[in-house]
Design a protein around this ligand. Sequence first.
Ligand SMILES: [Zn+2]
Length: 182
Amino acid sequence: MTKAKPEFEGLNGPVTLNEEQQKFWMGLLLRRAEANGREGEVPVSAVVLDRRGRCVGFGGNTREREQDPLGHAELVAMRQASRLRGDWRFNDCTLLVTLEPCPMCAGALVQARMGHLIYAARDPKRGAMGSTINLAEHCSAHHVMQVTGGVLEEQASAMLATWFRQRRRRPDGSVEARSRTS
Ligand SMILES: [Zn+2]
């Protein structure tokens, strides 16, 4: 009797996404982020995939809408996923996000023991996955997280740049100019 072939390799780790699959998810997130941007939020969105590649959490920035300082896409997506799964540990999960996480979100990703982080645009001003500091490799990080940056980077950077340019043209641009990018 032949043993059934396992459906997934490394069942306890995060799902393996090839380049095409990474781009597929990121393209979807960029479209969601753009829609979020039209509603006045900084256009960033994130998704959490479980070890089988199923979406278990989604989030866009909600800081303006809910006046919530924690309303960053990554945290919104992780909160939804932890509620759905009944688990705060994300060792077997992947989080994809359109912008390099800020220090708050990077810290949360490490605390949540995220298995794999995939992001699109780098954030030279506030990015905490290498641009300003690398919290994934910081001495405070007790967890090893796989990090992939630069998936659809040009597209994501261009979308963010356009959004900020348009915001700055508004009469109340002074407020928006102080907005954080994630
Ligand atoms: Zn953040």
